[in-house]
Design a binder for this molecule. Sequence first.
Ligand code: C2E
Ligand code: MG
Ligand code: MG
Ligand code: MG
Length: 291
Amino acid sequence: RAARNSEHVVRGYAPAMGQVFLRRFQLVTQFRHALDTGQVEVHYQPKVALPERSVVGAEALVRWSHPEYGRLDPDEFVPLVEATGLVDALTSFVMECALVKIRQWLDAGLRMSVAVNLSVRNLADEAFPDRVAEALERHDIPPELLTFELTESSVMADPERSLPVLRRLHAMGVVLAVDDFGTGYSSLAYLRQLPVDEVKIDKSFVLGMGTDLGDMAVVRSIVELGHSLHLAVVAEGVEDDAARDQLVEMGCDVAQGYLISRPLSEERFEAWLKARTKRGVGPRSETVLTL
Ligand code: C2E
Ligand code: MG
Ligand code: MG
Ligand code: MG
């Protein structure tokens, strides 16, 4: 009986695993084509200043509309793409979209930044800062309007290679943010040594704040830690007014989350921005900010 069962398990298992591998194999081999044919797009999720709610910018989040599998979230395909050389093409694509967006806004008199997520491979690539400098120049973008988000674990994977890359990006004036802060090493001594300007509190703590005093304490200490190191503090995963009010009380600088908006296609982001501007809580105008 046992033998029959295990045979059954093995038979049921093999085709299922085959499908998983097939799907992964397809995603990896089709990604380049997907980039070239417009299946991959960048969505934008707004970031607003606290407490006054003006729009300071957006995070660029990649989406893949796959012809067979439908809308794929980055958590499924980015790790696969990261395992190949194709992540350079992904980052370049997202950065190009971001810079085009920033330039359009500047031409309309709006000063908003866009944050692009980097992968561990970009941080190990000593030629990456030159590509960034070239792209900023080509689009005539002030470097401080481009933010790169990186996780502690991606820096820690190979600090000897990633630190020089980060230092060069920082010296260029690009803003660097530690993403998902609180989930990795999160060592105070370590954060001090990173050439970064911003910490983003991981959404798991922000989401838990309403029901878990431990999460609340973590959020509060990250805000305090960030400020004592002269870093801007951003909370992601802000889903309700209670969380927002707490963050205001703690002195958190910027909020991002479903309360403000989900990530939006470029078109829908522009519509959102227009409606927001009508209500008097749009982006600050360029002239105000450059004073
Ligand atoms: P992340 O950089 O930490 O991005 C924040 C994620 O939280 C996004 O998921 C966003 O949609 C989600 N989020 C935002 N606000 C809320 C909220 O209020 N509640 C909840 N429950 N979730 C919220 P998304 O878009 O699925 O992206 C997942 C991850 O994929 C990102 O995490 C980032 O690590 C990675 N990723 C996305 N785009 C890129 C990219 O262009 N390049 C690279 N290398 N990674 C990317
Ligand atoms: Mg991010
Ligand atoms: Mg994050
Ligand atoms: Mg993440």
